[in-house]
Design a protein around this ligand. Sequence first.
Ligand code: ADP
Ligand code: HMS
Length: 561
Amino acid sequence: MAYMSYVIGVDFGTDSVRALVIDATNGKEMATAVHYYSRWKQGKYCNPTESQFRQHPLDYLEGLEISVKKALAQCTPDVKSQVKGISVDTTGSTVVAINKQGVPLSLTSGFEENPNAMFLLWKDHTAVKEAAEINKLAKTWGGTNFTKYVGGVYSSEWFWAKTLHMLRVDANVRQAAYSWIEHCDWIPAVLTGVEDASQIKRSRCAAGHKAMWHEEFDGLPSEEFLTRLDPLLKDLRSRLYKDTYTSDIAAGNLSLEWAEKLGLSQEVIVGVGAFDAHMGAVGAQIEPYALSKVMGTSTCDMLIAPLSEVDGKLVKGICGQVSGSIIPGMMGMEAGQSAFGDVYAWFQQLLVWPVQQMLSRTSLIDAPTKAKLEEEITANLIDVLSEQAQHIPVTESGILALDWLNGRRTPDANQVVKGAVAGLDLGSDAPRIFKALVEATAFGAKSIIDRFVAEGIPIRSVIGLGGVAKKSPFVMQTLADVLNMPIKIARSEQACALGAGMFATVSAGIYASVEEASAKMGSGFEQEYKPVPEHATFYGQIYQKYCKLGVFVEKEMSSSE
Ligand SMILES: Nc1ncnc2c1ncn2[C@@H]1O[C@H](COP(=O)(O)OP(=O)(O)O)[C@@H](O)[C@H]1O
Ligand SMILES: O=C(CO)[C@@H](O)[C@@H](O)COP(=O)(O)O
């Protein structure tokens, strides 16, 4: 029974954190607030040319407090006093070294400004070498291949590669690190006031998809495998975890400190965390064999299947199949593209660069006007490009691009492959190149669906959510044409936070299951993009060329991970 109950869903994205206060009876979104990470916004602790992307835990703590308080400030005291649960989702694998008390090292003395003691964001690819070593050893050591439930290929975006890389490159971090933790496990531990690393409840979703945790292995990969990988990993397994928890489970009650900070009761239940895309898929009312695509900077493509229907099936080249990772009792499968909206953002930056340079040099206009101009151009450029690109006949452009600007997540993770633009001539203007980049991201999406189907997992429908799905009819129509499938767009502006709210209702005991919460709180779909048959036929041919270009670039332009 959900009489007068409210929950808070908190969604930690790549750039910002959003808090959403939701009516548990019907899913009505009562209030929302966003906070952009201040250190991250300044580019601190990152080095994109080295693929180093670090986030300071203070960005998360400040963002949590500010966003939740701002959202609650818009609610009546009645609503505030009836908040029953909070659940969070975060990006991942986004990991940090912690001390015995579970505190990230960058929050301890001497490590405040050390990027290696901060969270390694999902898109940090500094551990490419370690991922390659894991892949090699897994296939050659003669024991269990621990990559078998993560698609058979381990990625540098994931837990063990990042952890090992940090242990190798930073002796101070190595000496001070007691254990390591995912962002989605740390926030619930903070909110519930856990002060012992061994007591932190670890998410099934993060453990299964990124750390090769599986019941069949009795937890994480064996000590023998890990120490063979590198003796630096000796005994770490015993300081991590054996049990994992699905996100319908309570992590605990809100601590006194955080209850006071947020102005909530200590009776509020905090749920076990999970990744943004997983909770987003639930927020967008995922159902078996509906591919739920969270389309933002990257994409995460989520799928659920009844356990009995995929029993014994190993899906090659995806980012894992984990029982309960999305919905408890179902097999959760994840795939995705390491760059999606980021491909468009890259092109936008490329075009804005000369404008920035010229503006900084000219004396014709004053500084505030320059800043305003630059801001306006940046904010509108993708829309203007889309507007122009949609008037170019689908069959006209001969430009062909590859979307691997941040490596390839699926199929067959390889973070060292590169993007490409081919077929340029003197008529290749900005809208035409942009159109080719959009098509490339759509072809990348098709290759994921093709892999699922080839591995015996049918895709019956496609759901779109996330920034790009909401903002860009041009991208979505191109995607529908390339996939030759209709795409339904989730209505909620905040599907990930809404999904977190649904989990909060279950862990707080308001609803008995995630399915029930989703049925009661889901907000349905706002529109559907349908494929244009002639476009689909044309793109069917171009896709073959995209695949050939991919084979060439992978072989000639990048070394394998
Ligand atoms: N009008 C647009 N058309 C297509 N892509 C867009 C548009 N506006 C922004 N984007 C892309 O959306 C991405 C951000 O998506 P969003 O879902 O808001 O963020 P996040 O992935 O961090 O959750 C950026 O990579 C940006 O390039
Ligand atoms: O990789 C995962 C989940 O497995 C995501 O957290 C990661 O792609 C982050 O995506 P967004 O930046 O939130 O679009």
